[in-house]
Design a binder for this molecule. Structure first.
Ligand code: P6P
Length: 338
């Protein structure tokens, strides 16, 4: 087997050979990867690290924060604020943006993250992960504000996630394909284990929380009912279902073997377009999925075309194998508008 290269060597080559990334973006990705290694150490300690359970506080989403949510958020903030590559950061765990303090130089990038996605799985030892998205600060005339973050996902410079599962795996796109890096714990570094990952355009596996079935809109009910009807139904093939309730784990499975993931709008909270957050969950995952040959829609438009109005805006999500996403979207477009 040819010698595997480290994340650092890969990024240096992308900068030096291909001019694909700036030195600042290379530093940003390396710092985020190092922070993910630090988070993995805390996650892997579990009960031994006194890091399980809730922190008896709520985040801006009104969700009870786990201790590890807060630890992971702090690790990412501390790791990224001194390097000079960032102007500011935004997180699921923080109400407002975190501007790089004046004692440090400011850079051209904006970093958004869900520091520990899938927190409900922490205490039951099921895979969780960190999701991140990188934007460029467009307006260089003045300081930085929340408005600088409100860019559609197609403006992302990079995106990725780190899944803390049986392996600790970093999946990254710089806008030209998807690479997979696996943490070599002996070396303590991420090693390139797959280049140019591609998602099969068809699948027999869907991921949705079936307990919400009675709350779905008609197009989602139609799509899932047809999958459940199997080979005797209109699809002419049987489907399997998976739902980890950790977006990183469900998306990583889809990145690895195909599938379709749905977290649609439902009647439980009709004023919200969906549960998942656009800027630091749906957009980075949509970027990765599209770069791997898949599709990502909110049911009526490409997720990465949505211009956010608010930092913590939510969105309905259908993503994964292209042909399945297109079918589910077609059912939405055929449905009579309310
Ligand atoms: P439910 C985790 O809390 C999360 O934000 C995603 O990672 C996951 O896909 C979804 O919520 C699970 O939601 O309603 O099934 O618990």
């Amino acid at each position: 087997m040819s010698k595997r290269i480290s994340l650092t060597q890969y990024l240096v080559e992308q900068q030096r050979r291909h001019g694909r990334i700036t030195a600042e973006l290379r530093l940003l990705i390396e710092v985020v990867a190092r922070a993910c290694k630090r988070i993995a150490i805390s996650v892997n300690k579990g009960a031994l690290g006194e890091v399980l359970g809730s922190a008896s506080s709520e985040n801006v989403q009104g969700e009870v924060q786990k201790k590890l949510d807060i630890i992971s958020n702090e690790v990412l903030i501390e790791a990224n604020e001194w390097g000079g590559h960032l102007a500011a950061m935004a997180s699921e765990e923080m109400d407002t943006i975190h501007v790089v303090p004046n004692r440090y130089p400011q850079g051209e990038y904006l970093l958004l993250f869900d520091p520990l996605d899938g927190s409900s799985n922490i205490d039951v030892n099921v895979s969780i992960g960190t999701i991140f998205s990188v934007l460029r600060k467009v307006n260089n005339q003045r300081g930085v504000s929340e408005e600088d973050f409100l860019q559609p996902g197609k403006q992302q410079a990079a995106a990725g996630y780190c899944v803390y599962g049986p392996q600790t795996t970093l999946v990254l796109t710089l806008g030209e394909g998807v690479m997979v890096f696996t943490l070599d714990r002996e070396q303590g570094s991420f090693v390139l284990t797959q280049e140019d990952l591609r998602i099969p355009e068809d699948t027999r596996e869907f991921a949705i929380n079936m307990s919400n079935q009675r709350h779905w809109a008609a197009p989602v009910t139609r799509y899932i009912d047809e999958c459940l009807a199997g080979k005797e139904g209109p699809r002419g093939k049987d489907f399997n279902m998976r739902w980890v309730a950790s977006m990183v784990a469900d998306v990583h499975r889809i990145m690895t073997r195909g599938g379709v993931f749905l977290y649609p709008w439902d009647k439980r909270e009709p004023d919200k377009p969906g549960k998942l957050r656009l800027m630091y969950e749906a957009n980075p995952m949509a970027f990765l999925i599209e770069q791997a040959g898949g599709a990502a829609s909110n049911g009526s438009q490409r997720i990465m075309d949505i211009t956010p109005a608010k930092l913590h805006e939510r969105v309905s999500v259908i993503l994964g194998s292209k042909n399945e996403v297109q079918r589910a979207v077609s059912y939405h477009l055929e449905a009579p508008s309310d």
